[in-house]
Ligand binder design. Structure first.
Ligand SMILES: *Cc1c(COP(=O)(O)O)cnc(C)c1O
Length: 364
């Protein structure tokens, strides 16, 4: 069987898509997996058994129905959503990013975000045929306020994406700069709070104050990355329009039930998040003590660190059974940077040993 696309398919499929690279998932079998910001903790055995029994009761022969309404209400309560707002569900927040971009697919519209940032904003814009404007942060990965405001004045973006905390840099932005961006933005400003369980601040008050601000969260980094539940909050009239683009049954009954179960046990997830935050401080201090290594402050469940030779340390750690992410090639500001997800205490100890050994090897 040929591995190239038949010629007539080449003619009907989009040339830009054929020229793209797909989203690459690093193989991780047998490795300590610290590359994609997953929560490392499984549920305790008794909760896993209870969840199994719950999922066994779900009517798989039916399309998703009222349980989705219950999940929307439970998430609104969990998040503390303000009055006058509504919440829509996505199959992960990746789907919501696509739908928001689709909703703004008006010829000439521009999408804007700081860089380095989350790749899906740019990818969704390009797939929708919208121009993407990336505004570089400063060398410490803080927003360049004047550059952001100048770009907003020049390009009049329909959507401004602000991941808060940002990925892959893990930091929160300066609040005064965010507020100036929200004041200046002529279109939507979407605060993407995927890492909210690990951060000291959030944007709920901004959602309450501004009719053009949307707040997006996900259950992925919370502990349900495999389940695929993202949610978007905004003023009711705005969510009503965006929700028209959602495929009607986008949330599987199994996803929905697992998410409801998780929210009934949110204290367990809060306990896990507290361990991860404490471990983050331990890992940060250990990295900072290594010669030539500069970790950047984190408000998420990952740490970005600049090292003398990212490729060599990445390879040296992998050879020692630890998988992290080398983000050096994603943006010039990320030169020689590695991104490390915080794992369990044991995994972090293994990771730090592998890191130190790989560093020693490459600077020997
Ligand atoms: C991981 C991540 C997401 C995607 O989350 P899913 O809900 O798993 O699709 C969204 N935004 C940012 C900034 C992320 O890092």
């Amino acid at each position: 069987m040929s591995t190239t696309l038949p010629e007539r398919m080449q003619r009907v499929l989009r040339a830009d898509v054929q020229g793209m690279h797909g989203y690459a998932v690093q193989p991780s079998a047998g490795l300590v997996k610290l590359d994609t910001m997953e929560n490392p903790f499984p549920l305790p055995p008794e909760l896993r058994a209870a969840l199994g029994a719950r999922l066994g009761q779900v009517a798989l022969n039916r399309y998703p129905a009222e349980r989705g309404e219950l999940l929307r209400a439970a998430l609104a309560r969990h998040a503390g959503m303000p009055e006058g707002c509504d919440l829509m569900l996505g199959n992960g927040s990746d789907e919501l990013i696509s739908l928001i971009t689709l909703a703004a697919d008006v010829p000439g519209n521009v999408v804007l975000a700081p860089l380095p940032g989350f790749v899906m904003y740019e990818m969704s814009a390009k797939l929708q045929g919208l121009r993407f404007v990336g505004v570089p942060t400063d060398a410490d990965f803080q927003l360049d306020g004047p550059a952001m405001l100048a770009a907003i004045r020049e390009h009049r973006p329909a959507i401004v994406w602000l991941a808060y905390p940002n990925n892959p840099t893990a930091n929160l932005w300066d609040d005064a700069v965010i507020d100036a961006i929200i004041e200046a933005a002529p279109g939507l400003v979407v605060m993407d709070e995927a890492y909210q369980p690990f951060a000291a601040r959030d944007s709920m008050a901004r959602l309450a104050r501004h009719e053009h601000v949307l707040l997006m969260r996900t259950m992925s980094k919370f502990g349900l990355a495999g389940v695929r539940i993202g949610y978007l909050m905004g003023r009711k009239p705005l969510i009503r329009e965006l929700d028209k683009l959602r495929p009607p049954f986008n949330i599987s009954v199994l996803n929905c039930e697992a998410a409801l179960f998780a929210l009934e046990h949110e204290d367990e997830y809060a306990r896990q998040a507290a361990v991860i935050r404490a471990e983050r401080e331990r890992v940060f201090a250990a990295l900072q003590a290594l010669p030539g290594v500069r970790p950047f402050p984190s408000e998420a469940n990952m740490i970005l660190a600049r090292v003398p030779d990212a490729a060599a340390i990445f390879a040296g750690m992998k050879a020692r059974g630890v998988l992290i992410k080398n983000v050096s090639a994603l943006h010039p500001l990320l030169a020689q940077c590695l991104r490390i997800t915080i794992g369990t205490p044991d995994e972090n100890t293994q990771m730090l040993a592998a890191f130190a050994a790989a560093l020693k090897e490459c600077t020997a």
